[in-house]
Design a protein around this ligand. Structure first.
Ligand SMILES: NC(=O)CCC(=O)C(=O)O
Length: 286
């Protein structure tokens, strides 16, 4: 199925059923990426922490050294990107790096090009540390370290910015990725049953309208056997802020045809990106 032109491509967000068995998760992810590719997707995204349960205490146990291309998760992602000749935004996995003899663990998204080479790597910048009394307490910082970079990678259609889940609550990160030329922002994410209904779609739509671009949020399916219940609702939003494609909580693949003319049209008819009052305020990337 041909679904690409110079101005458009098909995106797929895989709402994966994630278990405690890494091998099963990887096999299942590869099968679903192949299915999305067969259905015409040229840019495919997996969810946040797709090879492990989303649980801080478990991240060290599932973490991998991603500088070693034979590590199971990087190898599976690179091989399937190359076989299917697609851009693969590899959700995220716990990444281990030894710095001065001390292990640091990051929540890391690996992005591969159609030749299977690593194009970019985003380490979640804002760690998910929240405490909503009686509802949810989560502390990624118990085991994780935050990243320090804004991530934008090139494709033949447009540049795409990447953040991970809680990163979406920080509009500055999205703005910097937009100022670097992104026409789409993709967030592998795993909102929960408290904040998901209230904020997931609102934040995806807000980032789309603020920055006048496409936004995708890609979540794991809800697994009631795990300690963290994902809200699901993988969605793609178009620049005007409408939901282009979405789903509920079960395993599924969400497809969207990304027509980049819609970014250019919106930016020229409501030119807020050009109307910023840089004499009054300015966003500076450090
Ligand atoms: N995995 C995450 O970062 C969850 C973020 C979240 O649920 C939120 O409300 O923010």
């Amino acid at each position: 199925m041909s679904t690409t032109s110079t101005k458009s491509f098909r995106f797929a967000g895989i709402q994966l059923h994630v278990t405690s068995d890494k091998e099963v998760n990887l096999r299942h992810a590869v099968e679903k990426v192949k299915e999305a590719s067969k259905n015409g997707a040229r840019v495919v995204c997996l969810p946040e922490i797709f090879n492990s349960p989303y649980q801080s205490s478990l991240f060290p146990q599932y973490a991998e050294d991603v500088s070693d291309p034979s590590s199971p998760s990087p190898k599976a992602l690179s091989d399937v990107a190359k076989e299917e000749k697609i851009y693969l935004i590899g959700g995220s996995i716990p990444e281990r790096e030894a710095i001065n003899g001390e292990d640091k663990i990051y929540n890391t998204c690996l992005i591969y090009g159609p030749d299977g080479k690593l194009l970019a790597k985003h380490r979640k910048v804002h760690l998910f540390d929240i405490d909503v009394p009686g509802k949810i307490t989560f502390r990624e910082s118990d085991t994780l370290t935050g990243g320090n970079d804004v991530t934008v990678f090139p494709t033949e259609w447009c540049d795409i910015g990447v953040g991970i889940c809680y990163d979406i609550r920080f509009p500055e990160l999205a703005q910097v990725a937009t100022s670097k030329g992104s026409k789409m922002l993709v967030y592998p994410g795993a909102f929960n049953m408290t904040t998901g209904p209230a904020h997931w779609e609102l934040l995806l739509r807000s980032r789309a309208v603020d920055n006048q671009l496409f936004v995708a949020g890609v979540a794991p399916a809800r697994n009631l056997e795990s300690s963290y219940h994902s809200w699901g609702h993988t969605s793609v939003i178009e620049p005007w802020g409408s939901v282009l494609s979405t789903t509920e909580e079960g395993p599924s693949i969400v497809y969207a045809d990304i027509d980049l003319d819609r970014v250019d049209d919106f930016r020229s008819s409501i030119p807020t990106l050009r109307q910023k009052r840089r004499d009054l305020y300015e966003l500076v990337e450090k």
